[in-house]
Design a protein around this ligand. Structure first.
Ligand SMILES: Nc1ncnc2c1ncn2[C@@H]1O[C@H](COP(=O)(O)OP(=O)(O)O)[C@@H](O)[C@H]1O
Ligand SMILES: [Mg+2]
Length: 511
């Protein structure tokens, strides 16, 4: 904030005013004495004294107490010399002495009263000026705080950095009354990419444009040193950027670096057509650059978190796929072969050993059942049909095997990346299992469609409703899986209104 010096509140009158008082006293007393000398016969002593008193008051008004006291003393001397005992300082009688003493006392009291009043007036004026200044300062501070709060809210809500950049550029523009604001990112090759711009800048320097910045531009300074920099006269500033801002008639600029987790990330620069920004500008911009730094750091760690969740889910899916293949190609095949051999062995058993025949028949039957069970288990670990046929055939198998009628509405035949298909499959599988187990529904309806870069899944049933992720592990597992892909899941399940699960999966990892 601007720190203005407040004027000293108990200021007396200035030396100039005192000097003016002295001069006034000299002139007024001189004139008055000349006039009264002419009227000596007409006016009596009290009237003369009153006129001198008036002169002293005038002097007090102009120059305050000190000149007024001097004037009072001079007036007493003049009265004694010219009017009491003409042409001498001798004083006639007690009456005259009392009159003179009273005159000096009254003049002193009146002067100090007048001087005090003058000082009070001046103090009140000084107060008023100081109040107006601090009121202005307060309202500026309040405006700045409100702007920072708005930006902080965006940051806290996890808005995409691009939105935070645009908001900061706008807010700084207002708070610091700039003619243009830009935010740039420092690229590895040392050039700067514009990520937000306002005012006149926005037209000439679109978001995404790249600039090579050279000293003495303030932006170049901030990006080179990692410290705030300013340039009060753009003058001959070189390069395309220099030309661009000269074209906008910008004359002065200030740039402040943006630091993200200790690393120089970019900078904010403001420009004005006027001469130079106030000295505290860099400090006022720092609050905004800190918020931008936080927004970028947050977005970075969110992206890293999502990526690592996706990696964990993908690794788990990979392992399941491998186990399923090993079971299918290895164990299952060996069990089937074993079953065939047993049947051959059974055929070779002599007819006179019927018990042995029955025994081998029973073992063969058990073996077939065990093999079938193993196939089911393998399917639960990972449905092979998903890898071979894709989402459509896999969902059709699910629907066919469900215990209640399932209406399938698949409005796309495309194949998607493995993680998407696997996630979609598990969502439908868990939802249908829940419907069968908890809903007492008469049927279920599944929709799969693609809009823009999103895969939409809806699974509805007409059952009891009241699904609550907090009461089990299935729905929570689905949410983890969907969020790991950057998607969203919504469970609408009011009691007695059935259940609808709506899932959106982004088809491009980085929307
Ligand atoms: N389609 C549904 N209709 C009615 N209730 C449901 C439905 N799906 C889930 N629920 C309720 O929500 C709870 C949580 O479901 P879920 O997370 O899948 O756990 P789980 O199925 O292992 O119990 C279930 O225990 C059940 O009470
Ligand atoms: Mg469940």
């Amino acid at each position: 904030m601007t720190r203005r010096r407040l004027p000293a509140l108990r200021a007396g009158l200035s030396p100039q005013r005192r000097l003016a008082g002295m001069l006034t006293g000299l002139v007024v007393l001189l004139l008055l004495t000349m006039v009264l000398a002419q009227l000596r016969e007409v006016l009596d002593l009290p009237s003369q004294m009153l006129l001198y008193l008036l002169a002293v008051v005038v002097v007090a008004l102009v120059g305050g107490l000190v000149p007024a006291l001097a004037a009072a003393a001079a007036a007493a001397a003049l009265l004694a010399y010219y009017f009491i005992a003409p042409d001498s300082f001798a004083v006639g009688g007690l009456n005259d002495v009392v009159a003179l003493v009273v005159f000096v006392l009254v003049a002193g009291v009146v002067s100090s009263a007048v001087g005090l009043a003058a000082r009070r007036t001046r103090e009140a004026e000084t107060h008023a000026t100081a109040n107006a200044a601090s009121r202005e300062e307060l309202s500026m501070l309040a405006e700045e705080q409100a702007a920072l709060r708005r930006v902080a809210t965006l940051v806290a809500r996890g808005m995409p950095p691009a939105e935070v950049f645009a908001a900061v550029a706008e807010e700084i523009g207002h708070v610091l009354a700039t003619d243009g604001t830009v935010i740039v990112r420092l690229d590895p090759d040392g050039a700067a990419t514009l990520v937000a711009g306002t005012g006149a800048y926005a037209d000439v320097m679109p978001v995404g444009s790249r600039w090579n910045l050279e000293p003495p531009l303030a932006l170049a300074g901030a990006l080179r040193t990692g410290r705030p920099a300013r340039l009060d006269d753009i003058g001959q500033a070189p390069g395309a950027y220099g030309d661009a801002i000269r074209g906008l008639r910008i004359r002065s600029g200030v740039a402040v670096p943006i630091v993200v987790e200790g690393r120089l990330w970019g900078a904010i620069a403001i420009g004005a057509k006027g001469e130079r920004f106030p000295a505290d500008t860099e400090q006022r911009m720092a609050g905004f650059t800190e918020l931008i730094g936080t927004a970028i750091a947050n977005a970075d760690s969110r992206a890293q978190l999502t990526a690592s969740r996706a990696r964990i889910v993908a690794a788990a899916d990979d392992a399941r796929r491998r186990i399923e293949r090993d079971l299918h190609d290895g164990t299952q095949q060996r069990l089937i072969a074993l079953g065939l051999e047993l049947r051959l062995t059974q055929a070779m058993v002599p007819a006179e050993l019927p018990k042995l025949q029955t025994q081998i028949g029973r073992i063969t039957h058990e073996l077939t059942e065990a093999t079938e069970e193993l196939r089911e288990m393998a399917r639960g670990i990972h449905p092979a049909i998903l890898s071979t046929g894709g989402l459509g055939p896999a969902l059709r198998t699910l629907a066919r095997r469900a215990a209640i009628p399932v209406e399938l509405d698949i409005r796309t035949g495309t194949r998607w990346a493995d993680p998407i298909e696997v996630a979609a499959y598990y969502v439908v599988s868990e939802a249908l299992t829940n419907t069968t187990r908890h809903a007492r529904a008469s049927h279920a309806h599944v929709t799969v469609e693609q809009h823009d870069a999103l895969l939409h899944l809806t699974i509805r049933d007409d059952g009891t409703g009241g699904a609550d992720p907090a009461r089990g592990s299935g729905l929570i597992g689905l949410r983890d899986r969907v969020q790991a892909l950057g998607g969203s899941i919504e469970v609408n399940s009011r009691p007695s209104e059935g259940t609808a699960i709506v899932v959106e999966l982004p088809l491009q990892p980085d929307r």
